[in-house]
Design a protein around this ligand. Sequence first.
Ligand SMILES: Cc1cc2nc3c(=O)[nH]c(=O)nc-3n(C[C@H](O)[C@H](O)[C@H](O)COP(=O)(O)OP(=O)(O)OC[C@H]3O[C@@H](n4cnc5c(N)ncnc54)[C@H](O)[C@@H]3O)c2cc1C
Ligand SMILES: Cc1cc2nc3c(=O)[nH]c(=O)nc-3n(C[C@H](O)[C@H](O)[C@H](O)COP(=O)(O)O)c2cc1C
Ligand code: SF4
Length: 675
Amino acid sequence: MSQHYPHLFSSFQLGTLTLPNRVVMAPMSTNMGGLDGSVTPELVAFYRARATGGTGMIIVEFCCVHRPTGRSEHRQLSLETPQQIDGHKLLVDAIASAGAVPCLQLQHGGPGVKRELVQGGVAVGPCDIHSRRDPQKLTARALGDDEIEHLIECFGTTAELGVEAGYQAFELHGAHGYLLTTFLTPYFNQRDDAWGGDEQRRLAFPTRVIKRVKAAIGDRPLIYRLSADEFTDQGLSIDDMARIAPHLAAAGLDAIHVSIGLGATSFDKIVEPMSMPEGWRLPYARRIREATGIPVISVGQIRWPATAEKAIADGDADLIALGRPLLADPAWAGKARRGDTGLIRPCTSCNYCITMSAGEHGKIGCAENPLTGRELMPIPDAGDLKGSRAVVVGGGPGGMAAALMLDQAGFDTHLYEARDSLGGGLVASAAPPFKEKLLWYQDYLQRTLGASGVEVHLGETATAERLATGAPRVVILAHGGRAIPLPIAGIDSDRVLDAYEILMGNGSQFPPPDAALPIMIYGGGETGCETAEYLAERGYQVILVSRSPAKKLARSAEAIYRMVLLERLNNNPAIRIIDNSTVDSVDDHGLVTLTGSNGQQVINQQSIAVLRLLIAQGRRPDPQLANELMAAGIPHLTIGDARQGGRIGDAVHNAYSAVVSLCAAGNGGTPELAC
Ligand SMILES: Cc1cc2nc3c(=O)[nH]c(=O)nc-3n(C[C@H](O)[C@H](O)[C@H](O)COP(=O)(O)OP(=O)(O)OC[C@H]3O[C@@H](n4cnc5c(N)ncnc54)[C@H](O)[C@@H]3O)c2cc1C
Ligand SMILES: Cc1cc2nc3c(=O)[nH]c(=O)nc-3n(C[C@H](O)[C@H](O)[C@H](O)COP(=O)(O)O)c2cc1C
Ligand code: SF4
C-alpha cells in the first residue's frame, strides 16, 4: 500500500478481478481509430501511455456494436467481426503489459449517432424523432421488435469478441443519450409495448442487454455506466435513478459507473466547464452506491489525488475515474502514488480537448499537453543543436511551454518576460469569476520552469538589439498580442482604461464602486463579458456595450463554457447589456456617447455618464519585433497570440510545432512553423 493516498492506492476486488489501485481511466473517444473502426498504432500508444502512468484500470473508449446504425464518430472503434480481434489484442497487450486492467466500453449511438455515418442518414431509437427545424424530416426512427432483438445480439457478439481479444472487464454505455439510455429515459422513450410504457418496460432493453453481455463474458466483471441525473425536463432525476439502478444491478452488474447528463440537453454537465466545483458529483455516486449496495465508480471534475482519496475514505465511491485529467497528464496516478502531486499537469476543465476532437478530422488532444494524441511523436532531441542558445520572448503559456520543451530537447534556453512575473494572458484568463482553475496551470508551469534548466529573465523587455548580443541559434517569439487602437474621440482620457490590464491586476488606480455611476465595458467578446462579471462581483454596476447582437456575445469562448457564461450574464442584475451599438466618444468627465444601429440604419443615440470606460476590443499580433529580427538575420519563429489571437491550447501547440520544426531543421537549417 502506498504511504501517499493509501485508500486510492489500495487494491480493489471487482467481482473476480483484483484491480491494483482505485484509479480508473474514464472512457474517452479519441477519434483515432481507423475509418473502418480498427485499432491504430496511435491509439495503442495513447492507451499505453496512460497504463504506464500507473492507472489501475483503463476503460477503452466507446466501441460501436453495430456500425450500420450506431456510429457516433468518424473514427470510432468497433469490434463486430473476428478479423478485428487482432487489433484489439494489441491494445489489450499494451494496457495489460503495463500493469493496468483493460476494460472495453460497449456502445450503440442510438439517436446520438452522427447521422451522415449511418444507414439512410437516419438514427435509430425507441421512438421517431422529427427535426425541430423541419418537422417533416425524420432524424431518428423507432426500432422494430426484430431490430431490437438484433441489437441485443450485437452487444453480445462484441462482448464475445472482446473476450477473445483479452479484455478483462466490460462496461455498457448506458449514459449520455446513447441507445441504452434512450430506452430507459421517458424523455426519449414514449413507446407502449414490451420496450416502453412504464418504468418496468423501459428497463426491458437495458436489462436484456446486461443479461446477454453477462452471458458472453462469463465471470469477467460487467460495469454499467449510467447518468445519475439527466438534468433535463422529462428526463430522469437522481431520485428516479436511485429507484431504477437497483433493477439494473440485479440484472447482473458488478459495478455502476455514475456519470451524469443526457446528451445535447445537458452537455454542460457531461463534460462540465471549469465553473463546476471539484467533486460536485460525488453525492450522486454515494446515492447510487447506497441504493444498489454494489461498488460504484465516480467520475467528473475530480482533479487532485486528495479529492479522490477523501471520496474513497468517506465511502462516496469505490473507484475514481479520471477522464480529462489523464489527457493532461497520463502519469497522474504514478505521480500521486509517489507523492509527487506538484508534478501533476493539472486539467483545468478548459474543454479545448472537446473542440479538438470534434469533427471529421479532429482527434483527441489537450491544451496543456501537446503530446496527447501524439504519443508517437515525442519532443525530439536537439541533436547537433544541443547546447546552442535558444531564446523565448514572452512568459505567457506559449512562451513557458516553448521554453520547457526547448530545455527538454537540450537547448541552452533563456526566457525573457517584460513584466515582473510569469503568466501572461493566463493571469487575465484566470481572473474572472469561476476561472481560478487556470491558475493551477500557471502554477504548474512556473514550478516546472523553476525545476528546469531554463534561465528566466523577469522584468526584461526583449528588443532585437538585446537579443542579438547573445547570438541565439533561434528566437521563439511568444510575446502575445497588442491592444487594437480604436477611433473613439477622447480615447486618451484618464477615464479610459484597457480591460485586459484590469484583469492582469494593473488596476490599482481604479476607483471604488459608485452606485450612481456604472463602469462601461466596450466589447462583447470573451474579455468584455468576463470583465463585466469580474467587476460586478466587486460591487460595480456594469454596462456592457457590444457592436454585435447580444446573441453573439463571447463568440470565441469555448462552447460549453459560453453557454454557462451567457446564462450568468443575462441573469446578473448588476450587468446591463447594450447591443448593436458603437461608442463614438468619451470626455474627461466620463460622458460616453453611443450610437445604436440596426444593420446600416442608426436607430438611436444616447449619452451615459460612467465611472470608467474600459476597452475590450481584442488584441492582435504586432509584427515589429519579428521584422527587426528578420532585418538582423536572427532566425525566429512566432507562436501563440503573437502569431494569431487564439487560445492557451493554440499557444502551447504552436510551441510544440516550433520545437519540433527547429530540431528537424538541425544546425544550419531554417525552421518552419507548420501548424
Ligand atoms: C480575459 C481573457 C480571458 C481568456 N480566457 C481564456 C480561456 O479561458 N481559455 C483559453 O484557452 N484562452 C483564454 N484567453 C486567451 C489566452 O489568454 C491567450 O490565448 C494566451 O494567453 C496566449 O498565450 P501567449 O503565450 O501566446 O501570449 P500571452 O499570454 O499574451 O503572453 C505574452 C507575454 O509576453 C510578454 N511580452 C510582450 N512583449 C515582450 C517583450 N518584448 N519582451 C519580453 N516579454 C514580452 C507579455 O508581458 C506577456 O507576459 C483569454 C484571454 C483573455 C484576455
Ligand atoms: C474527449 C472526450 C471524449 C469522451 N468520450 C466518452 C466515451 O467514449 N464514452 C463515455 O462514456 N464518456 C466519454 N466522455 C466522458 C468522460 O468519460 C467523463 O465522463 C467526462 O469527461 C467527465 O470526467 P472528467 O471530468 O474526469 O473529464 C468523453 C469525454 C471527453 C473529454
Ligand atoms: S484540454 Fe483542458 S479540459 Fe481538456 S484535458 Fe486538457 S486541460 Fe483538461
